[in-house]
Design a protein around this ligand. Structure first.
Ligand SMILES: Nc1ncnc2c1ncn2[C@@H]1O[C@H](COP(=O)(O)OP(=O)(O)OP(=O)(O)O)[C@@H](O)[C@H]1O
Ligand SMILES: [Mg+2]
Length: 322
């Protein structure tokens, strides 16, 4: 658990973090958003004491970071910096195994860990082990940056735009991989991003900063449907309601509302109930169909879905998330 208690950071006479109060529970994945200069990196660096805290305190598992041993702490907290930070003159395996090396792991334990994490990240261990960072693509280097932060199995991860500067396809792929990894490893993660879609897709909670102040700390669906002020609403975007639909599956709607009986129409399409409501909406809006026949896993017909049902579901969800 990481608790920020009235955390303030002042450089000279400029306050860059002001009375920050929030808590990240164990196993929770929090994504921090905010304009450039809003204090995201500064806040991250105060957690592992790369920056001092001017006022207030940060507790990691109940212990003040000010009272923790810096070196030991950084070994227990995985950190991915804004650029991947690989050492150019060390091969990939040596780069990844820096912290386990410092912790005195033996050769076999290090090798097993390297192989396991590379497999998880979708990179063949034997193919990449002896390569140098410049022999990898940008996306592969970023993946290695993430693998390196995970190497010593730290319970806490701080990640500063680990997927920044990647094209959307690779980015999407890495996000999916990382979610898969997180489902297996259940880390406590504070992750910085510039990308609202990335945050909505991956985070348990989003922290939105502006000028060093917390604008809203909430679950993605609440941030999208119930923004606390106009800054939050503008930041998450005009299409925020549509975005929130990617968080629900067709099954969620079918469980909450009664689907209609299918009616006679020339444009009928089937949709698997595990697909997101956003997919359903785009199928209906693109005039591919005026009703969708919802199918369960076995292909059985559960009823008909139309835009007015989605609208009803949306209003109910928005109301309930107040
Ligand atoms: N060492 C420093 N001395 C003085 N001011 C600093 C220092 N480091 C950061 N700042 C200021 O603190 C503010 C927050 O910076 P920070 O790097 O935390 O922003 P950020 O939200 O991570 O931005 P970006 O999205 O561009 O990475 C900025 O106004 C920055 O100029
Ligand atoms: Mg930054």
């Amino acid at each position: 658990m990481i608790s920020f208690n009235d955390v303030t950071k002042v450089y000279g006479d400029t306050t860059v973090i002001e009375n920050m109060n929030f808590t990240i529970e164990d196993g929770q994945f929090v994504i921090m958003l905010g304009p450039s200069g809003s204090g995201k990196t500064t806040l991250l660096r105060m957690v592992n004491q790369l920056e001092s805290i001017t006022d207030g305190d940060i507790l990691v598992n109940g212990k003040s970071v000010k009272k923790s041993n810096k070196i030991q702490m950084r070994r227990n907290i995985g950190y991915v910096i804004q650029s991947n930070g690989l050492f150019p003159n060390m091969n990939i395996e040596d780069n990844v195994m820096i912290v386990p090396g410092l912790l005195g792991w033996d050769r076999k334990k290090k090798r097993d860990r390297f192989n396991m994490l590379m497999d998880l990240a979708g990179l063949s261990p034997d193919e990449y082990r002896h390569r140098y960072p410049h022999e990898l693509s940008g996306g592969q280097q970023q993946r290695i940056g993430v693998v390196r932060a995970l190497a010593a199995d730290p319970p806490i991860m701080l990640m500063d735009e680990p997927f920044g500067a990647l094209d959307p396809i690779i980015r999407n792929h890495l996000q999916d991989e990382f979610l898969q990894i997180q489902r297996e490893l259940k880390k406590t993660i504070l992750f910085v991003s510039h990308d609202v879609d990335e945050a909505v897709k991956m985070a348990d909670k989003i922290a939105l900063l502006k000028d060093g102040k917390m604008m809203q700390y909430d679950e993605p669906v609440k941030m999208l449907n119930k923004p606390k002020n106009s800054f939050v609403a503008d930041f998450v975007g005009q299409d925020r309601v549509l975005k929130s639909m990617s968080l629900y599956s067709v099954k969620d709607l079918a469980d909450a509302l009664t689907l209609k009986a299918p009616f006679e129409s020339p444009d009928v399409k089937n949709i698997n109930e595990n697909l997101s409501l956003r997919v359903a909406i785009s199928m209906l809006l693109n005039q591919e169909a005026d009703q969708l026949i919802v199918e369960d896993e076995q292909g059985a017909n559960k009823g008909s879905l139309t835009l007015d049902l989605i609208e009803l579901f949306l209003h109910r969800e928005v109301k309930e998330s107040v």
